[in-house]
Design a protein around this ligand. Structure first.
Ligand code: C5P
Length: 219
């Protein structure tokens, strides 16, 4: 009987979108479904890992044997991740994090008046780069959704954010990515790469986790 590939390993994942409040009834967000992150959480648990999934607002059931922490804003996601990061062997940032949040959240619903209005936005912290910069950091894996020059931008992100691995997908292809049930990935690490052709997100999750386990051994 072979031991499971991720037995005894703790994995921390982010999934889904984040949501930035404008006022008590409105927010800024994106179309992330959370499917890739939830597929990774399910596959990791089945492969024997202890899984903590920090999830933005999504319409998905928590996979079996996964500890799920629900958050809304980017700051809440960062806080949850930083509380868990110390006892994690692997961090996978799969969430579609809002790059900007509103400079102020209005206390009351904003009334319509002028024909034009503008919202002041400020940059959010980068959760993935914060984890990668942490001392005694876990094996850190990012995602890159690109519409052009996928290889170039993914490799640049790998180096710039000091990641151990990056999984890139071409979101200009409507058959794969965001709300779809299937995806294809190109995975890069320092000195290597591997293409994972289009398949369902659960199969892809198992393949990506196998690559991560292999690279952790050689790292
Ligand atoms: O730079 P870009 O947003 O394309 O990088 C995508 C990767 O960085 C994803 O893994 C995403 O989860 C992560 N990210 C993050 N915090 C942010 C922005 C992106 O963790 N504020």
């Amino acid at each position: 009987f072979a031991p499971k590939l991720l037995q005894g390993i703790s994995i921390l994942l982010t999934a889904g979108p984040t949501r930035e409040a404008i006022d008590p009834v409105r927010y800024i967000s994106n179309h992330s479904s959370g499917k890739m992150g939830f597929a990774l959480a399910r596959a990791a648990a089945e492969m024997g890992a202890k899984v903590t999934l920090v999830s933005g607002p999504v319409n998905l059931e928590t996979p079996m044997n996964v500890n799920r922490l629900n958050v809304a804003s980017t700051q809440e996601m960062l806080d949850a991740v930083m509380q868990q990061v110390h006892h994690s062997d692997i961090f996978i940032g799969c969430a579609a994090v809002c790059d900007y949040r509103t400079a102020d959240i209005a206390d009351e619903k904003i009334k319509k008046s002028a024909t034009e209005m503008s919202l002041a936005l400020v940059r959010n912290p980068d959760i993935l780069a914060t984890v990668a910069a942490h001392e005694a950091r876990p094996f850190t894996v990012g995602f890159a959704a690109e519409t052009q020059d996928v290889d170039h931008y993914a490799k640049d992100k790998l180096t710039r954010k000091k990641l151990d691995m990056i999984a890139a997908n071409d979101v200009s292809d409507p058959a794969i990515g965001f709300n779809s049930d299937s995806n294809a990935l190109k995975v890069f690490w320092q000195g290597g790469e591997h293409a994972l052709p289009a398949t369902d997100k659960y199969t892809l999750a198992k393949q990506l986790l196998t690559l991560i386990a292999q690279q952790m051994k050689t790292a």
